[in-house]
Design a protein around this ligand. Structure first.
Ligand SMILES: [Zn+2]
Length: 198
């Protein structure tokens, strides 16, 4: 058997086992993208002040009609509500609505990665000393998602991303490594503590 073939076999085995590991052990992490800001559909936006003009776009009948149509597509979501003048009840006077966008991503999650992983953490940003680190390993297709995200939610804990994601591995068999930090503690731990002291 040639060297190349052995190498290929090893790589195949590595890829298969990595796939299995990622599949078996991964958890769902919620990634919050940058919110989209859109003009309020209910009032007129004032470009000069960057706020609502305090005037409704619709008559009472129009607003009711619009809302009824909207509810067919987005049950329970209120986007149209007539008001005479003053603070718009939809955007609360801001003139814009922020739409939160999020995506579930399967990741291998390691809280407080130990020393043997530390070469994968390139730096710890200033001001995060004493915070809890979390390391996520996932598919490299999520590079842009993690790079541009606002924050992530791991095991119910909000974490900021501490540096751009790192790509590690060989050829097609690469992994994306994301380091996050939080000053909160994972919920599992706090549950144990509560038990301990109650
Ligand atoms: Zn409004």
């Amino acid at each position: 058997m040639t060297r190349t073939r052995i190498f290929k076999k090893t790589k195949d085995r590595f890829r298969k086992s990595m796939r299995r590991v990622v599949k078996d052990l991964s958890r769902r992490v919620l990634v919050y993208k940058q919110p989209i800001r859109q003009e309020c559909p209910n009032c007129y936006y004032d470009k000069l002040t960057g706020r609502s003009t305090g005037k409704c776009r619709w008559t009472l009948e129009e607003a009711e009609q619009k809302q009824a149509e909207h509810e067919l597509v987005y049950p329970g979501q209120i986007r149209y509500k007539w008001f005479r003048v003053g603070r718009c009840p939809i955007c609360l006077g801001k003139g814009v609505l922020e739409v939160k966008r999020k995506k579930w991503v399967d990741c291998l999650v390691v809280w407080n990665p130990s020393d043997r992983y530390s070469n994968e953490i390139t730096f710890t940003p200033a001001g995060t000393e004493g915070s809890t680190l979390v390391q996520l390993k996932t598919d490299i297709k999520y590079f842009d998602l993690f790079k541009n995200c606002e924050y992530v939610e791991v095991d119910g804990v909000e974490c900021k991303i501490s540096n751009p994601p790192i790509v590690r591995g060989l050829g097609n068999h690469t992994l994306l490594i994301v380091t996050g930090f939080t000053t909160d503690k994972p919920k599992d731990n706090s549950g144990e503590k509560l038990k301990e002291y109650s």
